[in-house]
Design a protein around this ligand. Structure first.
Ligand SMILES: Cc1cc2nc3c(=O)[nH]c(=O)nc-3n(C[C@H](O)[C@H](O)[C@H](O)COP(=O)(O)O)c2cc1C
Length: 169
């Protein structure tokens, strides 16, 4: 798949078919996640693959706005290791790049995904740390729901010339 095609046509998918995602496909997605850029190439990420239906449903108690997990085949919890990357801003930027790689890799495999925000919401962070028994140094960043798409999402034109500046503001 051409990279520009994936960048322009990937959409958040929140409705999924009742179809499992193979371990091989999940591994490909995780590999893409681990090839994201990271400051000083520290790769300070950790991932929890959630592929148990009961755990997916339980996660809705931790993140009440993550209703799409009812239908999703799996989800990946992207975490940062604050013991590896001590600069918090960089830790979060690294996790963000890794999360985007997950979305694009899934799209390339015909799998729908949605980025569910965790970082920045103290209650949700606390719930997720408790639910997944995360050690103190592990910061939950995002959760990505995954599943074969059961919806098609169109998008408005996003290219806006007025957002582009040359050489100065
Ligand atoms: C930091 C971040 C947090 C997000 N959190 C949620 C969320 O909690 N629930 C949700 O349905 N979508 C969430 N999204 C997805 C956005 O709603 C979506 O990317 C945006 O509407 C643009 O649509 P697109 O992904 O189809 O291009 C999040 C996206 C980002 C980058």
């Amino acid at each position: 798949m051409e990279i520009q095609e994936a960048l322009l046509n990937r959409r958040s998918i929140r409705k999924y078919k009742n179809k499992k995602i193979s371990k091989e496909e999940i591994d490909k997605i995780l590999k893409a996640a681990m090839y994201a850029p990271s400051a000083m190439n520290l790769q300070p990420w950790q991932f929890i693959v959630v592929d148990d239906k009961d755990v997916l449903i339980e996660t809705i108690k931790s993140i009440p706005y993550a209703e799409m997990l009812k239908q999703s085949a799996a989800a990946i919890l992207v975490c940062g290791d604050a013991g590896v990357e001590k600069n918090e801003s960089w830790l979060l930027q690294n996790c963000s790049a890794s999360t985007q790689n997950i979305l694009l890799s899934a799209y390339g495999l015909g799998i729908g995904s949605c980025w569910i925000g965790i970082q920045g919401m103290d209650d949700i962070v606390r719930n997720i740390k408790l639910q997944f028994n995360l050690p103190d140094n592990i910061v939950p960043f995002s959760l990505v729901s995954l599943g074969y798409p059961a919806e098609e999402v169109k998008v408005e034109e996003r290219f806006k010339k007025e957002k582009i500046h040359f050489n100065k503001w």
